[in-house]
Design a protein. Structure first.
Length: 269
């Protein structure tokens, strides 16, 4: 083989290797956090794409992280299969340009200001330092939106509200009504019912004393929803197990519609 052909072949090999390194052999985007997640899955194609919207999950601290030997931290409950399943529905049912994987935003990072929509699960057990309280207050003052999910019963409600009162003192907490815009921005959600976790396949509708579902919200001074609360529900479980043959489709469908409405509300209000 001539010298010129050897150089050309070497250039092709280098190009293939670089392409493989860039596109074919990247680690999972959030591999560094997978040990904190309950149900991590491999990245689908497009994990590193820049898109119009990405599902952002809040990484926070919890007192339960210290002694629960469950193999994941509280913020990582249902992660990240849950959001991956929901993202599939969001991409299929709307025209949003959505990245195929989530983005993890740490409560200690000013990166939070780059993500106007956040999701947090198990929020009834959060612990917030003063600097985190200030950062979250600034986040909401800049127009941020938070969906909280999978917290149950009076004690978890009280612990969650302790944090809310520190972050947004004096802000109104309401029971959302059927005619609230957040229930009509994409789907009409007048007919709502408790969305249970996977335990429903064993006949249990609720967890930790959370018998009655509530659709609550924290509003700003102009009546805009800043925090929407899926209290005594497990919407993330419904996303995660939408592909489980025994998980009822009616709950998975409502959970998907709720998530879609909340995202589109945050983008339009």
């Amino acid at each position: 083989m001539t010298y010129m052909r050897l150089r050309a072949l070497a250039a092709v090999i280098v190009s293939v290797v670089l392409c493989a390194a860039q596109y074919g052999h990247r680690p999972n985007r959030w591999a560094k956090y997978e040990y904190e997640m309950q149900n991590p899955v491999d990245d689908p194609p497009g994990a590193y794409e820049e898109t119009e919207f990405a599902f952002a999950r809040l990484r926070f601290r919890s007192f339960r992280d210290r002694y629960f030997g469950r193999g994941h931290l509280r913020w990582g409950t249902d992660a990240n299969k849950s959001e991956r399943q929901f993202i599939l529905a969001l991409r299929r049912l709307t025209s949003l340009d959505v990245r195929s994987v989530e983005h993890i935003v740490d409560v200690d990072s000013d990166e939070i200001y780059d993500w106007p929509w956040l999701y947090a699960v198990g929020i009834g057990h959060w612990e917030l330092s003063e600097s985190q309280v200030v950062r979250l207050r600034n986040y909401f003052n800049r127009g941020g939106f938070l969906m909280v999910d999978d917290f149950h019963g009076p004690q978890e409600w009280a612990d969650f509200m302790d944090g809310v009162r520190r972050i947004l003192p004096g802000h109104q907490v309401v029971e959302l009504q059927d005619d609230d815009p957040i229930f009509h921005v994409f789907y009409n959600l007048e007919e709502r019912f408790q969305v249970p976790g996977l335990q429903v396949i064993r006949g249990w509708m609720y967890e930790r004393g959370g018998v009655v579902p509530h659709w609550r919200a924290v509003l700003d001074e102009e009546g805009r929803v800043q925090i929407v609360m899926c209290f005594n529900m497990d919407v993330g479980d419904a996303w995660e197990w939408a592909d489980h043959p025994e998980y009822p489709e009616r709950y998975a469908a409502l959970a998907a519609r709720m998530g879609i409405n909340y995202i589109l509300y945050s983008m339009t209000h």
